[in-house]
Design a protein around this ligand. Structure first.
Ligand code: NAP
Length: 300
């Protein structure tokens, strides 16, 4: 039997609908959640992502600003902009679109974002909170979205063996932290693989839940998956396709047509993890605005 499709577009839309009540409540208190996206340089994929995030803010009724800076921007100029956004009361969430140009120290920039506005969850304070399971920490949007996909598809990770392929600070590592947490959406037995893992197929074949985030088109093939496993494909890769007007198509890190015949459930690319990432960014921005309003009103 072919795998059940996990529809991130539908789950993401439903979750954005659920967020509307909270956004209305905040607006009644005079607070419109606001997101600032900072984009340095001309990376076309980054421009697309930031545009999609802005559109999602518009649709949800959030305020947003996109600050587009030239590739030659100095680190000092970028840090000064971050400071300005940290102090701006209209802005509750700041995201710095990665990658930054090579002459800028990414960590220094991410560490300058006020942890209370760090809706990407990349500041060490939030990384630490997420790793100890403190719910006041911002969970990075992509792994948070994967966790929601699992929970809302009734694929609760508790007691399952989750194998994560990829150990980036954006996806793999925080994914492991979330699935390890003691509570709903967590309680998995977690294994993390990376480029030095030996005999990766022997590991991936043990997974009840296989999450792949490596940026290698169609890396995971059918023989790497245990029959009936849940497969979450985080990868987004452009593959040349001259038959399409834009000249490329998007594929994941999983060979979808092959793996769907083996897996019990699978996410498509596009339409799986991507829409959830944007949804969770909105959630984090609303969480940031709620916390800001509490502090403003002396509610602690
Ligand atoms: P990244 O920072 O490049 O990290 C890639 C990870 O994969 C590294 O840990 C690397 O191992 C590991 N890896 C590379 N080749 C491998 C191999 N042959 N076998 C095992 N592990 C291997 O990538 P990322 O930022 O996590 O992104 C991964 C993918 O997810 C990309 O396609 C990206 O576009 C996509 N993505 C999608 C979303 C979304 O919203 N859908 C969000 C973020 C990222 P080492 O550490 O040993 O080098």
């Amino acid at each position: 039997m072919p795998a059940r499709l996990i529809d991130g577009t539908a789950i993401g839309e439903a979750m954005r609908g659920e967020l509307q009540g909270e956004i209305r409540d905040l607006k009644r208190r005079g607070v419109t959640p606001g997101l600032a996206a900072v984009l340095v340089g001309e990376n076309p994929a980054s421009h697309t992502y930031v545009r999609m995030k802005g559109k999602a803010c518009d649709e949800a009724g959030l305020y947003h600003e996109t600050l587009r800076l030239p590739a030659e921007t100095t680190e000092a100029e970028l840090l000064a902009l971050i400071e300005r956004l940290n102090a701006d009361h209209k802005i509750h969430g700041i995201l710095v679109q990665l990658p930054l140009p090579k002459h800028i120290n990414t960590q220094r920039v991410l560490h300058r974002v006020d942890p209370g506005k760090d809706v990407d969850g990349f500041h060490p304070e939030n990384v630490g909170k997420v790793s100890i399971g403190d719910p006041t920490g911002f969970r990075p949007a992509t792994p948070y979205g994967v966790q929601q996909l699992l929970v809302r598809s009734e694929l609760e990770p508790t007691g399952k063996h989750a194998v994560i392929v990829g150990r980036s600070t954006i996806v793999g590592r925080p994914m492991a932290a979330l699935l390890l947490q003691d509570g709903p959406g967590g309680n998995a037995t977690v294994t993390v693989c990376h480029s030095r893992t030996r005999d990766i197929k022997a590991v991936t074949r043990q997974a009840d839940i296989l999450i792949v985030a490596i940026g290698k088109p169609e890396f995971v093939t059918g023989d790497m998956v245990k029959p009936g496993a849940v497969v979450i494909d985080v990868g987004v890769n452009r593959m040349d396709d001259p038959s399409l007007k834009k000249g490329y198509r998007l594929v994941g890190d999983v060979k979808f047509d092959e793996v769907k015949k083996v897996a019990g459930a699978i996410t498509p690319v596009p339409g799986g993890v991507g829409p959830m990432t944007i949804t969770m960014l909105l959630y984090n921005t609303v969480q940031a605005a709620r916390q800001w309003a509490r502090e403003r009103d002396g509610e602690g």
